[in-house]
Write a protein that binds this ligand. Structure first.
Ligand SMILES: Cc1cc2nc3c(=O)[nH]c(=O)nc-3n(C[C@H](O)[C@H](O)[C@H](O)COP(=O)(O)OP(=O)(O)OC[C@H]3O[C@@H](n4cnc5c(N)ncnc54)[C@H](O)[C@@H]3O)c2cc1C
Length: 592
């Protein structure tokens, strides 16, 4: 199975015209996945939503109590293997659950921190004894987990952590000293994954129990959003941690920290898409109800366009998110070995960063437009958009800021290319040659022929400018962050376009006529602006990167292809907005 699984970032060079295998999309969810999603949604609707006010006011003990209740019905154990008391299900199911809880950001973050960054370090890097000790309780919620990486002087620069761990002379334990900052679930977590420098310079991870003498949990932070979630500092004063609680190897803590964040990024990406769906529902209902100038405001073009934009972002983000979980699941299915699972997660690090940035920015736009559609009422605390707007903001900051994640995308591809792990350099040479000869990617077949040609052309452009920038700056490209940021945005649009056309093709091959019509419109409204964005951004990159002598040749190369793509974006958006209003929200039928 893994042999035929596409490799990470291969969307950049594999043609959109000939997918070797279907991509995972919500249309392909199994009945088991749908049933678990329904169960999670019911729990959210019955147990969480009615308690929003109490959660937001930090009613003592409520969030851990609700987490334990979620644990009792199996919602915390999806990723944990059966031998440790879990269900051992796939990543797609795990992400689907995360999406269902996103209506209440505070609870979603608490649950995601427990099942994701809290539990995953032990699941993927724990010894059999550590797993046997902790996972069964984490699976049921009997014990709750947190992840302590950030410190006051090291956030994005996480490996510069100062917390240190010194081995006792008899080797029986480590002594931890230092502080951690902004730790989600710290107010009630029983188990912490704590990163510390062994001997002052070997970045490593430990499982630390709350009851450890010398561990103090500081006061709750007062936050802009997700106010019902717990965020506290931790301090360690001569905390003795048994040597058996070292997680992974000494000096290899970065593998744990970064791979766990990769899973967290996908979860955050799909969680934010779930929250964006909620914002669209709230906005759609209000746009139908609210009358101005004797009409529902949803009938006005500028309001309708906002609803359509929200649905488009959700469609594309959801498609990229589940495509990626499907890729990871295919690799997981090929091997039960946890080492192979970590490799699979690492393989799709580029996609994880793209989804994190894309989802969090879609949500920010949706939350913002939800406020705007509510006019003055959107600004008032008793209306839902006000909380949604505040809650959305954190997602661009944690799990790696969007700046850091933007840098990861091109930097990872270039690093793999330099090591010969991906065929970027050979591929770029072929594309250059073809563009120099005035050749274009061939059109695909059938209804999506032009669309696939456009998507392939965007891939050519992305590869072309990536190669030109790499040749120009060599190892110093890390200092050209503005260029890396723009490259990242083009690569992200390429993944979005490639995924959207693949999903549309699968929907058109299916039997759901209603979904066919709306998916056609979502793609028709998304793809032309995305194509223009790729072309314009590539031109700007070349203008900044190239010297005056070579610039005209480069601009001519990427400007040779003029694809005649008749598109009626406004008409498509109007139909999308009508579908949103009819559906009271996201108009793709999901079947649960
Ligand atoms: C509510 C909340 C919950 C959190 N939960 C957890 C948790 O459970 N566990 C945990 O370990 N941490 C947690 N964090 C911490 C969070 O992950 C960090 O805040 C985040 O990684 C950013 O670090 P920082 O705040 O130190 O900002 P900094 O790293 O100081 O960044 C400040 C700004 O500079 C930019 N910047 C920094 N370095 C670069 C660079 N090289 N290039 C370009 N721009 C750069 C950043 O993008 C940002 O815009 C949480 C934070 C909050 C607010």
């Amino acid at each position: 199975m893994s042999d035929s699984t596409p490799s990470g970032a291969s969307f950049l060079w594999d043609s959109a015209a000939a997918p070797s295998r279907p991509i995972m999309t919500p249309e392909l969810f199994s009945e088991e996945q749908r049933e678990i999603a329904r169960q999670a949604r019911r729990f959210s609707d019955d147990e969480i939503v009615p308690r929003i006010a109490q959660i937001e006011s930090k009613k003592s003990g409520l969030v851990p109590e609700l987490l334990r209740k979620a644990g009792e019905i199996g919602l915390l154990m999806v990723d944990i293997p059966a031998e440790y008391g879990g269900l051992g299900l796939d990543k797609t199911t795990s992400m689907l659950i995360a999406e269902q809880f996103s209506v209440v950001g505070s609870f979603a973050v608490s649950l995601g921190a427990h099942t994701g960054i809290g539990t995953m370090p032990i699941l993927y890097f724990g010894t059999p004894a550590q797993k046997a000790n902790y996972l069964p309780d984490l699976a049921t919620g009997k014990r709750l987990a947190a992840y302590a990486l950030t410190e006051s002087s090291s956030g994005s620069d996480a490996l510069a952590a100062k917390t240190r761990a010194d081995r006792s002379s008899d080797g029986s334990h480590y002594v931890l000293n230092g502080t951690k900052q902004f730790i989600t679930n710290a107010g009630f977590a029983d188990v912490f994954t704590v990163f510390a420098q062994v001997g002052g310079d070997k970045f490593s991870a430990f499982v630390v129990e709350r009851t450890s003498p010398g561990l103090t949990v500081g006061a709750e932070e007062h936050k802009l959003g997700i106010r019902g979630s717990s965020t506290c500092p931790l301090s360690f004063e001569d905390v003795k941690v048994p040597s058996a609680n070292l997680l992974g190897e000494i000096g290899k803590g970065h593998r744990i920290a970064f791979n766990i964040l990769n899973v967290g990024r996908i979860k955050l990406g799909l969680g934010t898409i779930g929250a964006a769906k909620c914002a669209l529902e709230v906005a759609a209902r209000y746009a139908k109800e609210r009358q101005q100038f004797h009409k529902p405001i949803g009938a006005f073009g500028l309001v309708a366009a906002k609803l359509a934009e929200m649905a488009i972002g959700i469609f594309v983000g959801e498609s990229m998110g589940y495509r990626t979980t499907g890729l990871i699941d295919a690799r997981f299915a090929a091997s039960a070995d946890e080492g192979a699972h970590v490799d699979a997660i690492e393989e799709f690090a580029v996609e994880a960063s793209i989804i994190k940035v894309f989802g969090s920015e879609v949500l920010d736009r949706c939350a913002d437009e939800c406020v705007q559609i509510h006019g003055g009422y959107g600004f008032i605390e008793e209306y839902q958009p006000e909380r949604m707007f505040r809650d959305s903001r954190i997602n661009r900051i944690f799990e790696g800021t969007n700046e850091i994640n933007r840098l990861i995308v091109p930097a990872t591809i270039l690093k793999r290319a330099m090591k010969g792990q991906v065929p970027l350099i050979a591929h770029a040479a072929v594309i250059r040659d073809k563009l120099a000869k005035g050749q274009a990617p061939p059109p695909g077949e059938g209804e999506l022929g032009t669309a696939t040609q456009v998507v392939d052309f965007c891939k050519w452009i992305a590869t072309y400018v990536l190669a030109v920038a790499a040749e120009t700056y060599h190892v110093n490209i890390a200092d050209e962050q503005e260029i890396l940021g723009e490259l990242s945005d083009i690569i992200s649009q390429v993944y979005a376009l490639d995924t959207a056309v693949a999903r549309l093709r699968q929907i058109l091959d299916g039997n759901d006529e209603a979904n066919k019509a709306i998916a056609r419109d979502l793609f028709a409204a998304f793809a032309p602006p995305a194509y223009s964005f790729c072309v314009h951004t590539a031109r700007h990159i070349l203008m900044d990167v190239c010297d005056p002598a070579s610039l005209p040749g480069h601009l001519e190369a990427i400007g040779k292809l003029r694809i005649d793509w008749p598109s009626k974006v406004i008409a498509a958006k109007r139909r999308i907005a009508r579908a949103v209003l009819e559906a009271d929200g996201y108009p793709i039928r999901r079947g649960w």
